[in-house]
Design a protein around this ligand. Structure first.
Ligand code: F6P
Length: 519
């Protein structure tokens, strides 16, 4: 049932494409440079440099139809509980949808609570940025320390860096790791009187976040006294009971909801640190960009639908050309955190081996993602991309506008990006074996008109929907993450010396060895 006729047709078609040279693929049809291109608002997607031909695209679209991507999409936007293992709706799109039309979860309209929370966030952001909401000694906040991990860190970290103008009144810092080094390094340079901690944890049970929060609290209390905690901490969580136990007042507590997955939560109060840094107008523009991508995803025909085509070509590379990884290459220092963000988004969502029904997956699922800023990666792993034995595709992300007004730097970024795409696609023939580049290596090009909140919203929502479409085609639940629990449980039981099970002896000895060596 999972291997449909279109899947079989693609498997046969693979041999046709494999027999083609890079010249056959790319040069025989130069018109594809204009035709294999989709634009949504300020974001352009060119897939002309994919190792695929026109028939590949038709067959991939057939596959999306056979797998009922459109019907599943409608279910997601309508709030059906498509996260079946956790019995939850998947409604991050509701957080950015304009208007007040009803969206029901368990028979209750969720739009009023979204709007009420957005109003509270806006008031808090204005208060902090204007100095009306300030620290225990009356000083305005100049630093925001976001404490969270995974989805409670990677999205805000990426967006705050990407959108940080020179004019920001507040500087954001991010602390995720259980390793105290990260927190201590941030605190070393901060004045407690000017520091606001934003603790973000959907569950408020995550070990790393609780550890960092307690250490931060101790640091603050030592400098300003216990009473300062209420003024210098804010929190975002579903678990409001635990937040108030920590001493954070209701006015500094912002809710999130079960129907928002952690890695899809930037659009909720999880984005508070971003809103504090870029202001309410910027945060609204981020949501508006994502909403434009949502509207496009819901309405554009499959063959002109940006997330659908990005997902389908990923499936082509992964399942039919057998490519096990995907390189994410932002040619922008401000998008440096994009590879890490997408690692969680794609690999935690689709790194699964069983279908929605609990049977073994019928095909390979998520590839391994890794990446680095262009041009930095060119001097590191691009050798492997060009001449390694396992060809893999790459997503190049570029920005058209030179808003730093440094034309020489900007030109270097763009020329290098285009050169890399060309070298991967066309390769090079040479008499000396070492100088041969095989070519035929696929790239996507995603071009933002400018690096502003609106275009970033478009880009991140694009990848969210890509993940959704791939999950539907692979017939897996993209919205749970059971595979992260075992390690957490074992760490807890080692910590309390209560480890059990067949491997307990070995693990206990290993842990004992490590702690002995520490003495
Ligand atoms: O360990 C996985 C995970 O549950 C992620 O899915 C999540 O983004 C992260 O931990 C943080 O969880 P929380 O926001 O509940 O602290």
């Amino acid at each position: 049932m999972s291997v449909t006729p279109a899947w079989q047709a693609l498997a046969r078609h693979r041999e046709v494409v494999r027999a083609k040279t890079p010249e056959d693929i790319f040069l025989a049809d130069p018109a594809r440079l204009d035709a294999w291109d989709i634009r949504v608002g300020g974001l352009r997607y060119s897939y002309a440099f994919q190792n695929a031909d026109a028939e590949t695209l038709d067959l991939l679209v057939d596959l999306a139809r056979e797998k009922q991507v459109e019907a599943w999409r409608a279910k997601m936007f309508a709030g059906e509980k498509i996260n079946a293992t956790e019995k939850r709706a998947v409604l991050h799109t509701a957080l950015r949808r304009p208007g007040d039309a009803l969206i029901a979860v368990d028979g209750m309209d969720i739009v009023p609570q979204i709007r009420a929370t957005q109003d509270r966030i806006a008031a808090f952001v204005d208060g902090v940025r204007s100095g009306r909401i300030n620290g225990a000694t009356g000083k305005s906040f100049k630093h925001v320390v976001n404490i969270g991990i995974g989805g409670s860190d990677l999205g805000p970290r990426l967006a705050a860096r990407a959108l940080l103008g020179n004019s920001s009144k507040l500087e954001a810092h991010f602390v995720a790791n259980a390793d105290a080094f990260e927190l201590l390094r941030v605190l070393r340079n901060l004045d407690a009187e000017e520091t606001l901690f934003v603790v973000v944890s959907k569950t408020f049970t995550t070990q790393e976040t609780l550890l960092n929060m307690r250490t931060a609290r101790q640091w603050l209390a030592e400098k300003l006294g216990e009473d300062a905690v209420a003024r210098h901490f804010a929190a975002v969580s579903v678990n409001q009971a635990e937040v108030s136990k920590f001493g954070i007042p209701a006015a500094h507590m912002f809710p999130m909801w079960d129907w928002v997955g952690g890695r899809f939560s930037l659009w909720s109060a999880v984005g508070l640190s971003v809103a504090l840094v870029i202001g309410n107008e910027g945060f609204s523009a981020l949501l508006a960009g994502a909403a434009e991508m949502d509207a496009h995803f819901q309405t554009a025909p499959l063959a002109q639908n940006m997330p659908v085509m990005l997902a389908l070509l990923g499936i082509w590379n992964r399942n039919f050309l057998g490519q096990p990884a995907l390189a994410i290459l932002p040619y922008s220092e401000r998008l440096r955190d994009l590879p890490r963000y997408l690692q969680q988004l794609e690999m935690e969502s689709n790194g699964k081996s069983v279908t929605r029904e609990g049977a073994p997956a019928f095909c390979e699922t998520a590839p391994a993602l890794f990446g680095e800023c262009g041009t930095v990666g060119q001097h590191s792993f691009h050798q492997w991309l060009h001449q390694g034995t396992s060809p893999i595709p790459a997503d190049f992300i570029g920005v058209v506008a030179d808003d730093l007004n440094r034309p020489d730097h900007h030109r270097a970024l763009l020329t290098n990006m285009v050169a890399q795409i060309g070298a991967l696609a066309f390769g090079q023939k040479a008499a000396v074996a070492h100088d041969v580049y095989p070519g035929g290596r696929s790239s996507n090009l995603l071009l933002l008109d400018r690096l502003d909140p609106y275009c970033l919203g478009l880009l991140l929502a694009l990848y969210e929907h890509k993940v959704f479409v791939q999950g539907i085609i692979w017939n897996i639940n993209s919205f749970d993450q059971p595979g992260v629990e075992l390690g957490k449980r074992l760490a807890r039981s080692l910590d309390s010396a209560a480890i059990e099970g067949p491997a307990a002896g070995m693990m206990g000895r290993l842990f004992a060895n490590l702690t002995q060596n520490d003495k």
